[in-house]
Design a protein around this ligand. Structure first.
Ligand SMILES: [Zn+2]
Length: 164
């Protein structure tokens, strides 16, 4: 029998049935810390492997991920989030990209429409990493329409596109 550390209820098993507190939360030992660090390291290793393979042989890697071995690469959504995040951070602090867009000025167009377009352009430019993220959903959608006869569904296409 265990006594709940939270509500002092006595119970058997791993979780207190009254408040859900876990029995025997692992002590933070040196070994525990090392395991935690290794977990992050594994993720990083996975990311490097994913980048390397997708640069060397994108088609082959996509095929492996879709049909053979899903454990080998970092999950596409995680991959996209991490790389976008890194990209956005790098871009923010080092200003890799120069301002390339000019203000749109078209005669006969509604002022508000022009203002909206310019603001959207500015947002895309300032948040290129995130804009890319949103774009990939659209790209996946059009790819899916074009290759509808293939046997990949929308989410499979989206997953593979996340690596590029
Ligand atoms: Zn309890």
């Amino acid at each position: 029998m265990n006594t709940c550390m939270q509500c002092q209820y006595t119970f058997e098993g791993n979780y207190c049935p009254i408040c859900g507190t876990q029995n025997n939360v692992p002590k933070i030992t040196f070994r525990y810390l090392i395991t935690e660090v290794l977990k992050v390291f594994m993720l990083e290793k996975g990311i490097f492997l994913t980048i390397r393979d997708f640069l060397m042989a994108p088609g082959k890697s996509a095929h492996i991920y879709l049909y053979r071995n899903r454990k080998k690469y970092v999950s596409p959504i995680i991959f996209l989030l991490v790389t976008s995040l890194i990209y956005s951070i790098v871009n923010k602090y080092f200003h890799v990209e120069e301002s390339i867009m000019v203000d749109v000025q078209i005669d006969g167009f509604d002022d508000r429409a022009i203002k909206f377009t310019n603001q959207s352009m500015k947002w895309i430019q300032d948040n290129y990493g995130y804009a890319n993220l949103i774009m990939s959903f659209f790209v996946a959608f059009f790819t899916w329409i074009i290759f509808r006869k293939g046997n990949l569904n929308y989410f499979e296409i989206l997953s593979v596109l996340c690596y590029f």
